[in-house]
Ligand binder design. Structure first.
Ligand SMILES: O=C(O)C(=O)C[C@]1(C(=O)O)C=C[C@@H](O)C=C1
Length: 359
């Protein structure tokens, strides 16, 4: 079969695509000019959510919605880069799950800055050294990331978006499986792949490394060594993946927040979520029914709670604050009324942000 006629048609479509992409990006550049003038946020979670929903609703195939979303992620990433070179801070080193989450949310055209602690990420965004930060907040098997939640007590940054990342591990090595005598990784990652390693590498020595990324560097350089690390680390360090998805539990997912200075607007249609920090005060929280009293203003107005976590206030012994995720946007009249009522008896009702539910 002569492929040339088909390839000529593809060439013609590519010409049109490039032209259309540049037309789309020129419009984004104009939006960027306006935003720089008005001080509006460059990344707009609710608009991106609307774009993703619009293009997947238009899609009649054969392209899969996941592929279309990935393409649009990169188109909007390129648009953002034209508007302003954004810096996204995440918990490093490079090529960790947090790095993968940051790339999934912001695409390849923005700049990334790996930092050492959650506090460093909050400080970088507060000082304007980074535009946004990516923070892991809870894992489907391990529960809440408490150090991350605690940062919201003292910070005035807002949660502007969220995303879910399926956590998967690969066996990474330039050597074939039968040559591997040592497997390096962080102990948590080794623990999450324990059964697979027992079955496939029963005689290999398991060695703790400072990070999954560092384990890949060792595997690259040391004969007989392999690493357990996220697939992004194999790509980043150019070391082959011998096997993907070696974690013992399927559906191991981590939820991340995007934090920034400017709150996100509503997307509507029941697709908004809101987070609060609420304190009942040390006296009131010891009264029977205190928690029920706190939830009543919300439940009475049909606002559902999807997460509650109590954390010590660190001011007084046995004094707690509650971290809450609820449905709806802070600007919804029902939410405003609930907050007003809560403020009549709670010494602290801190709005942490409203954001579209994860796609
Ligand atoms: O609509 C905007 O505010 C834009 O900046 C354009 C655009 C896009 O490419 O569609 C780019 C970045 C934003 O996060 C949202 C949308």
């Amino acid at each position: 079969m002569d492929l040339n006629p088909l390839r000529e048609k593809i060439d013609d479509i590519d010409r049109q695509l490039v032209e259309l992409l540049n037309r789309r990006l020129s419009l984004a550049a104009e939006i960027g000019k306006f935003k720089r003038h008005s001080g509006g946020p460059i990344y707009v979670a609710e608009r991106e959510d609307a774009v993703f929903r619009k293009v997947t609703a238009l899609n009649e195939g054969p392209i899969k919605n996941d592929a279309l979303r990935a393409i649009y992620r990169e188109i909007m990433s390129a648009a953002i880069a034209l508007e302003k070179p954004l810096v996204i801070a995440y918990l490093g080193p490079e090529a960790t799950n947090s790095h993968a989450a940051a790339l999934k949310k912001f695409g390849a055209s923005v700049d990334y800055q790996p930092l050492l602690t959650f506090a460093d990420i909050f400080t970088a965004v507060e000082k304007g050294e980074a535009d946004y930060g990516i923070i892991p907040i809870e894992n489907s098997t391990e529960g809440s990331v408490r150090d991350a939640l605690d940062q919201f007590v003292t910070s005035d940054l807002k949660i502007v978006a969220q995303l879910n990342l399926e956590i998967s591990y690969a066996l990474i090595s330039p050597e074939p499986l039968e040559k591997i005598t040592k497997v390096y990784s962080k102990d948590q990652a080794l623990a999450q792949c324990r059964l697979w390693l027992q079955r496939h590498l029963p005689h290999a020595q398991l060695v703790n490394a400072s990070s999954t990324a560092h384990a890949v560097e060792i595997a690259r350089d040391e004969p007989g060594a392999a690493a357990v690390a996220p697939p992004i680390a194999a790509t980043h360090y150019g070391v082959p993946m011998l096997m993907r998805n070696i974690q013992d539990k399927a559906n191991n997912t981590t939820r991340f927040f995007v934090i920034g200075k400017t709150p996100s607007g509503p997307v509507g249609g029941g697709r908004d979520m809101t987070s609060f920090l609420i304190s009942l005060g040390d006296e009131a929280s010891r009264q029977p029914g205190a928690l029920l009293r706190m939830l009543k203003p919300l439940t009475e107005r049909g606002i559902n709670m999807s997460k509650i976590e109590s954390r010590p206030s660190k001011r007084l012994a046995w004094d707690y604050y509650f971290y809450l995720d609820v449905t709806g946007h802070y600007d919804d009249p029902a939410m405003r009324a609930a907050v007003e009522e809560l403020r009549t008896f709670c010494p602290l009702v801190k709005w942490l942000g409203s954001y579209p539910v994860a796609a």
